[in-house]
Design a protein around this ligand. Structure first.
Ligand code: G4P
Ligand code: MG
Length: 174
């Protein structure tokens, strides 16, 4: 079987996508109170967004895969927000992740955060893969922002690279 096709991005590519995403969010009129990043993939995108949308960043850690990349029986909360009610209730939340793939983790996280009664919640992902999704975005979420729509390829992010020069070289061959 052939290895899945991959697509590589440089930090500069990511920066440009984040900037475009931030401008769309700002132009939409969605006035963010707090950014929630889903770790670990959402950490760096959320921090980059903060440069354009200067709001506090909270983080949650969820994992559907174990350290051997095997799916767990269920999603595991690696880390969660303390005193969530105080920080999220009545607030406009922007939930950030790097990729909307199966949407399974995203749905779980959105539903958990909705139990804390934010006044509004929007989703921002760097990349949305165009595919059949296992999960869905709850109806309460009225805004969904994506930096780019991509085919269902394996995305290689610069923060996963051990050799950043090679990453840049491969990205320039996309
Ligand atoms: P979703 O709800 O956001 O679509 O996430 P899903 O459960 O489908 O994704 C499971 C894991 O697979 C996530 O990592 C996600 O970041 C990762 N993933 C999915 N597609 C790609 C891809 O094309 N490239 C890369 N590099 N990762 C991908 P996770 O379990 O949250 O771990 P972490 O890496 O964020 O720590
Ligand atoms: Mg992730």
């Amino acid at each position: 079987m052939e290895a899945p096709e991959k697509i590589y991005f440089t930090y500069n590519d990511i920066h440009r996508t984040i900037k475009k995403l931030a401008i769309e969010i700002l132009d939409s009129g969605f006035d963010v109170d707090v950014i929630v990043a889903i770790g670990t993939g959402g950490f760096i995108p959320a921090r980059m967004l903060k440069t354009f949308i200067n709001r506090p960043v909270l983080t949650v850690g969820l994992s559907y895969y174990d350290l051997d990349n095997k799916p767990r029986d269920s999603i595991e909360k690696i880390q969660w927000i303390d005193e969530v009610e105080k920080k999220l209730t009545g607030k406009r939340i922007l939930l950030v992740d790097e990729v909307d793939d199966s949407r399974y983790t995203l749905e779980y996280c959105l539903k958990e955060l909705l139990t804390h009664k934010p006044s509004e919640m929007a989703v921002a992902v760097l990349h949305n893969k165009l595919k059949n999704k296992r999960g869905s975005i709850p109806a309460e979420i009225t805004r969904y922002f994506q930096g780019a729509d991509l085919e269902d390829l394996w995305i290689c992010y610069p923060w996963d690279a051990q050799d950043i020069e090679l990453q840049d070289k491969l990205a320039n061959q996309n």
